[in-house]
Design a protein around this ligand. Structure first.
Ligand code: NDP
Ligand code: OXD
Length: 308
């Protein structure tokens, strides 16, 4: 009944310590030291080993160590193997911090002040009230809804867009492709927190940017391939977009020669918006293992037909 961990080795050591403390009865292995492949029932991975299904003949559950599962090629994973994404408070806290700082950076004109600083220019800009800056989040899941709940407290008019209908206190909720344009038309700061699926790949393109108010800003903490990069650059150069803060790109790492690095209106962070915290994640995985053993549904088990 071994759990095999295959992700960041340093964090793996923390997972090993926590498993030893909290569940000594579950043998824990750190990739590539897999021991007897037949005893591996659980795999916790960012990217699973190639051919994991064939290499690990008794695998029952793949736990993603991240909130997203798009990095897995599920086409080769038979339906009897459950795939579970990470739902844990550490990821949520990190994302709320990241997006809040990004929205405030835009709201308080820090892009422009950074440009002014290079010119040693001491020049005030009028401060806009939060109530006049409309924030909109693509994705109303674990992360999107937590981010909106926090941003609302600053007084920003907040809205979110999702596939199915939601009701969230103080948030204007839009659902489905037919409501996307109306959501975009009322959004001054657009934040993407969608999973990468067939339906969201390339979604942020010329057409979509064209539906935003002139001079809107964009924050992407979802996945890089959701954005048509040339369309985003064109939107920035035409002033349709004023600023972009990107935590995710395509590819990652972003190549040295990529125009995003030097664009004065683009800020890049290397996919650090939030990360699983071992202390909280191990509890979640252990709880799910217990549920699986008891025949109960696991928290975060993905719906393969939706792709997230
Ligand atoms: P959830 O699965 O909880 O939520 C996804 C949301 O997106 C849901 O509201 C869902 O709608 C909506 N959605 C999915 N597909 C569509 C679509 N085609 N049209 C409209 N809405 C859609 O995911 P999380 O909030 O936990 O995470 C979101 C993503 O954030 C992850 O998949 C990952 O890519 C990214 N992420 C990035 C990190 C970083 O460090 N940059 C860290 C962690 C995650 P509905 O509610 O109707 O199902
Ligand atoms: C995740 C991520 O999906 O780190 O958790 O991007």
């Amino acid at each position: 009944m071994t759990l095999l961990y295959k992700a960041d080795p340093e964090r793996g050591k923390q997972w090993a310590r926590l498993f030893a403390q909290k569940a000594p009865e579950i043998p824990f292995r750190l990739w590539p030291d897999i021991g007897d492949p037949a005893s591996v029932r659980y795999l916790a991975a960012w990217q699973p080993p190639e051919y994991s299904v064939r290499t690990l003949p008794n695998l029952e559950v793949i736990f993603s160590v991240g909130a997203g599962i798009d990095q897995f090629d599920l086409s080769g994973v038979p339906p009897h193997i459950a795939v579970v994404r990470m739902i844990e408070p550490g990821i949520v806290e990190g994302m709320v911090e990241y997006v809040t700082q990004a929205v405030l950076t835009i709201h308080r004109d820090l892009f422009d002040y950074a440009l002014q600083q290079r010119q040693r220019a001491w020049r005030e800009m009028p401060v806009r009230a939060a109530s006049s800056r409309r924030v909109g989040v693509l994705g109303l899941g674990m992360l999107g809804s937590a981010v909106l709940e926090r941003l609302r407290l600053f007084g920003f008019p907040c809205a979110g867009w999702s596939r199915s209908a939601h009701q969230l206190e103080g948030i204007e909720c839009y659902a489905g492709v037919e409501s996307l344009d109306a959501f975009l038309a009322r959004t001054d700061v657009l934040i993407c927190l969608l999973p990468l699926t067939g339906a969201t790949r390339g979604l942020l393109d010329k057409r979509l940017f064209g539906k935003l108010p002139m001079g809107a800003s964009f924050i992407n903490a979802g996945r890089g391939p959701q954005v048509n990069q040339q369309d985003m650059l064109d939107a920035l150069d035409r002033g349709r977009l004023q600023n972009a803060i990107l935590d995710v790109t395509d590819p990652e790492p972003l190549p040295e020669s990529h125009p995003f690095w030097t664009h004065p209106r683009v800020r890049i962070t290397p996919h650090i918006a939030s990360a699983t915290r071992p202390e909280t994640a191990v509890d979640v995985v252990l709880d799910n293992i217990r549920r699986h053993r008891d025949g109960l549904p696991m928290i975060g088990e993905i719906d393969r037909s939706r792709g997230y």
